[in-house]
Structures are given as structure tokens and as C-alpha cells.
Ligand binder design. Structure first.
Ligand SMILES: [Fe+2]
Ligand SMILES: [Fe+2]
Length: 161
């Protein structure tokens, strides 16, 4: 999978989780918690592979520099909102409102990446580089997913005593 395909697939996955979260109410504590955990993990891994592999590959070019710097800042806002959401109970109106703000931020960011950044990136990357970046990101994604799985197993082993 090339870099753009991989990132777009992630975007679709995240958007699907938001869509599942949308109809939930404050009473659906368990569903919300599960879906939010999934959303957080996807967003953490996705921003990480972009920041470690994709963004640096286009950061130095004049055509893409500005949009990449903006991307980093938008990721920062997303991470802050995720952190805040973690510290608020999911069964509150505040959590619902904050999740909506997170969704709007992510949607705006994804739109900018897909409609502006990726187009400009095609001007500075060769087909070959686009393929290789995809492979590297895929590899890193798998590693990060394994790490998260191990963390979860450790945590559940601990809670079982
Ligand atoms: Fe991004
Ligand atoms: Fe992205």
C-alpha cells in the first residue's frame, strides 16, 4: 500500500468510529468507553506514524513546509483534546460536547491533509518514495499496535492479581 492509500484508510477507520460514537448517549457508558479507547488508539498510532515518517519526508520542501507545520499543530490540539476527554467521565454532557469538538477538529485536519497536503506532497515525492513511505509506516503501525496489545495484556494481568 502506498503512503496515501495507507493514511486515507486510517482516516476512514477513524471516521467510522466517530460515526459509531455519534448516536451514543450519556447512558451508554460501556459502549462509549470501548469505542473511545479504540478511537484514541487509532488516533495515537496514526499521528505517530505521520509525525515520525510522512511529515519529515516532506517538511523540507518549500511547497509543503507550511502545511506540514500546520499539521503538527493540529495534531497537538487533537492530543490535548484526547487527554482532556480521558480525564472527564464519559457519562457527562461535557464529555459529549468535547467529543464533538474533537470530531470537528479531526474532520477539518483530515480534509486539509487529503485535499491539500497530499496533493502538494505528490509534487515533491517520487512514486518510489510514496511506495517506500507506505511500507515503512505500515511496519511502524504494526509495531505500535503490538506494543499497545502488550500493554493491555499487562494491565489485565495486573488487575487479575
Ligand atoms: Fe494528521
Ligand atoms: Fe492523517
Amino acid at each position: 500500500m502506498n503512503a496515501f492509500q495507507l493514511l486515507k484508510e486510517d482516516h476512514q477507520k477513524v471516521s467510522g468510529i466517530f460515526q459509531q460514537l455519534e448516536p451514543t448517549t450519556e447512558r451508554a457508558e460501556k459502549t462509549r468507553t470501548e469505542l473511545f479507547d479504540k478511537l484514541r488508539e487509532e488516533l495515537e498510532i496514526h499521528t505517530k506514524i505521520e509525525e515520525s515518517i510522512f511529515y519529515p519526508s516532506i517538511k523540507q520542501a518549500a511547497e509543503t513546509r507550511e502545511i506540514v507545520l500546520e499539521g503538527f499543530e493540529e495534531h497537538h490540539v487533537v492530543k490535548m483534546l484526547l487527554k482532556e476527554l480521558e480525564s472527564i467521565p464519559v457519562d457527562t454532557e461535557q464529555w459529549t460536547a468535547k467529543l464533538k469538538v474533537l470530531q470537528e477538529n479531526v474532520e477539518h485536519h483530515v480534509e486539509e491533509e487529503e485535499n491539500e497536503m497530499f496533493q502538494k506532497a505528490r509534487q515533491v515525492l517520487s512514486e518510489d518514495e510514496i511506495e517506500r513511505l507506505g511500507a515503512r509506516m505500515e511496519e511502524m503501525k504494526q509495531e505500535l499496535k503490538t506494543d499497545k496489545m502488550e500493554d493491555r495484556l499487562k494491565k489485565s494481568a495486573k488487575s487479575l492479581g
